[in-house]
Design a protein. Structure first.
Length: 182
């Protein structure tokens, strides 16, 4: 497994996230040596749909992609829906693409990236119900466990977490990708 020592990884989420889609990638990057930070438009702590609670460390309005090496977007219908309506969260996510940094999105997190305008021309996957949204936004949607497109890692659901986590660690270790663009 690649080492992420010295890397700072942002997780962007709010209430209603899919618990395992936050906790499993979080453990994967921390176990590989990275520092993880929870960014959210909410303050205090946020709660997943199955009850996992986690302290917010940085407000989305104050977060800057410059301070991080990668971004991970957990899924969850409510989480994805609320984040795609938050301008600060959208701007934060888009900045990672503008800076060519690795981004991981699983399940319904892809909605956030549609709003950020960064999926056009990208090959990706998501929870199957988003495929029309993603195709309408210009993505080449495929039904695969994990898809990597120039530092952009996507997966469909919690069953895909082992493959998603492995590719996240690999892509974050590689660093910026020239073709990872907004």
């Amino acid at each position: 497994m690649a080492t992420l020592t010295g890397k700072n990884v942002a997780f962007l989420a709010t209430n209603g996230f899919e618990d395992s889609e936050l906790t499993s990638p979080w453990s994967a990057v921390v176990d590989a040596g990275a520092t993880a930070t929870l960014v959210s438009p909410a303050s205090g702590s946020i709660e997943g749909k199955k009850g996992h609670s986690q302290q917010v460390e940085l407000a989305a309005a104050d977060a800057r992609a410059d301070d991080f090496d990668a971004l991970i977007l957990p899924g969850g219908v409510v989480n994805g829906d609320h984040l795609r309506m938050d301008g600060d969260s959208i701007a934060f996510a888009k900045a990672f693409f503008e800076q060519h940094k690795p981004v991981g999105a699983i399940c319904h997190a892809a909605w956030i990236l549609v709003e950020a305008g960064v999926v056009d021309g990208r090959t990706m996957t998501s929870y199957p119900s988003l495929q029309t949204d993603l195709r309408n936004a210009g993505a080449d949607w495929v039904d695969e466990e994990v898809v990597v497109d120039a530092g952009f890692v996507t997966s469909r659901n919690p069953d895909d977490l082992p493959a998603f986590n492995a590719k996240l660690v690999e892509e974050i270790a590689e660093g910026p990708h020239r073709d990872q663009t907004a």
